[in-house]
Write a protein that binds this ligand. Structure first.
Ligand code: B12
Ligand code: SF4
Ligand code: SF4
Length: 397
């Protein structure tokens, strides 16, 4: 979920000359940083050295298998992904913090099909975490520089470093089979951020246990089978990738697996015994699909501007809502989809609305699709409409 790169370099020459690092047996300053991180709301704060991470062969293998899909930035300059000193020259310590977010409720499958509501992944609730965390990590950076001197630089998701591996090395938790880092007392509903510093701070022990044990619940819970036996994700199959990162049409074979996910996916986390579900559904996470499909540019800006959802853009979110309406099996989805195939200003959305109408079927759908074919000028959308008409014809009466 990368956004614009966040760079922060703290540590004026004045500060650096005032504070000289003197290693001590018991470093109270380290505990002060941990306490401050907790006071800011972080639920984990660990310290790691800045040596090169051992992940390069795993990353290379993952990339060679094309598991990164369109995220070409992940393949750029692997050294920068595993070498903290290339992110901050002279880095000697990486402080990794974990920010908790509220667990999602588990709405029943039946409910969304009746109410025609979508699902947004729980991490996206509220102000975009990139902004929220950046401010807190910047404040922590000031404290680190005051206590130890040196310079510091924050890394929140968008940077190249492999944050999960740093988190494990900083002692925060283990890699689950779903590839997320789980904290033993929190589960995986946490977001990670790093603070690199030139100060030398005693590292914590890396997290060597693995508490997945015999469990493998997340693997069958994944709607698209994106979690490999080798605990890596095939991103082009992952709904989080498809609904957020992937800009173009979603392949026909994967559309039914979206269910009602319109931004991200939590299925491999809600199925995990280390995560407790929330009891209460949150309307913001379950918006009306018809509303999202027809959302205007102004409404989209107003509703999602400061949230992570803005990353998928209005076009992407409406595309996903069209698919979810097609998956609902509910006749009430026909009207909003018919309006979209005839009138939506985005070709991508019209194309997916055509598919969704074909998937829904019903007596009025053929007429709507034929009318839209008369009006439609964009070749890929025309193809989708023709395919939807074929689907209708082939459907058993
Ligand atoms: C690209 C990316 C994605 C991609 C690919 C996901 C993936 N698993 O790689 C997509 C778009 C699919 C995605 C989805 C999600 N993401 Co994402 N994503 C990233 C990003 C930007 C890079 C991850 C990466 O490098 N992947 C490459 C592959 C090869 O890495 P990997 O699968 O983790 O493989 C490594 C491990 O296998 C590791 N490893 C495994 N076992 C062991 C054992 C040892 C001993 C060692 C040393 C290493 C090791 O070695 C591999 C190479 O490093 C990071 C932020 C960052 N800068 O790190 C966030 C991040 C991983 N995502 C995050 C989140 C929250 C999500 C979602 C939950 C969002 C959602 N609800 O929709 C889903 C979860 C899907 C899933 N099951 O992974 C969080 C994870 C927080 C956590 N608790 O772990 C991160 C850290 C962002 C953040 N700052 O908080 N994401
Ligand atoms: S986020 Fe969803 S689609 Fe992606 S691996 Fe997890 S369960 Fe599968
Ligand atoms: S569901 Fe089971 S296997 Fe998957 S991450 Fe959680 S504990 Fe590990």
């Amino acid at each position: 979920m990368p956004v614009n790169a966040l760079d922060l370099v703290i540590g004026s020459p004045a500060l650096q000359s005032t504070w000289i690092f003197v290693p001590t047996v018991s470093d109270h300053r380290k505990e002060q940083i941990r306490l401050e991180a907790h006071a800011k709301g972080f639920v984990g704060c660990g310290f790691s050295g800045a040596a090169r991470l051992p992940d390069e062969p795993r990353l290379r293998d993952w990339l060679q298998r094309g598991r990164h899909g369109d995220m070409s930035y992940l393949a750029r300059d692997l050294d920068r992904r595993v070498e903290p000193t290339l992110f901050l020259e002279g880095a000697r310590t990486v402080i990794v913090v974990a920010w908790p977010y509220a667990a999602p409720a588990r709405p029943s499958d039946e409910d969304w099909r009746v109410n025609l509501t979508g699902r947004i992944a729980a991490y996206a609730r509220g102000i975009d975490y990139h902004d929220a965390l950046a401010t807190k990590v910047e404040e922590l950076a000031v404290l680190v520089s005051q206590l130890y001197g040196g310079s510091a630089r924050a890394h929140v998701d968008a940077g190249p470093l492999v944050e999960k591996s740093l988190a494990r090395r900083a002692g925060l938790g283990w890699f689950g089979r779903n590839t997320n880092i789980l904290l033993p007392d929190r589960g995986s509903y946490v977001l990670l951020a790093c603070l690199l510093t030139t100060a030398s701070i005693e590292p914590d022990d890396e997290y060597t246990s693995d508490h997945c044990g015999a469990c493998s619940s997340c693997i069958p819970a994944c709607p698209t089978g994106a979690i490999g036996e080798d605990a890596t994700i095939d991103a082009p199959r992952c709904l989080s990738y498809l609904t957020i990162e992937h800009r173009g049409p979603i392949s026909h074979s994967l559309r039914p697996q979206l269910g009602n996910w319109i931004f991200g996916c939590d299925d491999c986390q809600t199925s995990c015994p280390w995560n407790d579900p929330d009891e209460h559904a949150d309307n913001w996470l379950n918006p009306s699909l018809a509303g999202v499909l027809s959302i205007s540019p102004e409404e989209f800006r107003e509703t999602y501007r400061h949230t992570a959802v803005s990353r998928t853009k209005r076009r992407g979110l409406a595309r996903n809502a069209a698919i979810a309406l097609g998956n609902s099996g509910n006749e009430a989805a026909t009207d909003p989809l018919s309006r979209a195939v005839l009138e939506h200003d985005e070709a991508l959305v019209r194309a997916h609305a055509a598919w969704a109408l074909g998937a829904l079927g019903g007596s009025s759908v053929g007429d709507v699709l034929r009318r839209s074919l008369e009006l439609e000028r964009v070749p890929p959308v025309r193809t989708e409409i023709e395919q939807a008409l074929h689907l209708l014809r082939d459907r058993p009466a």
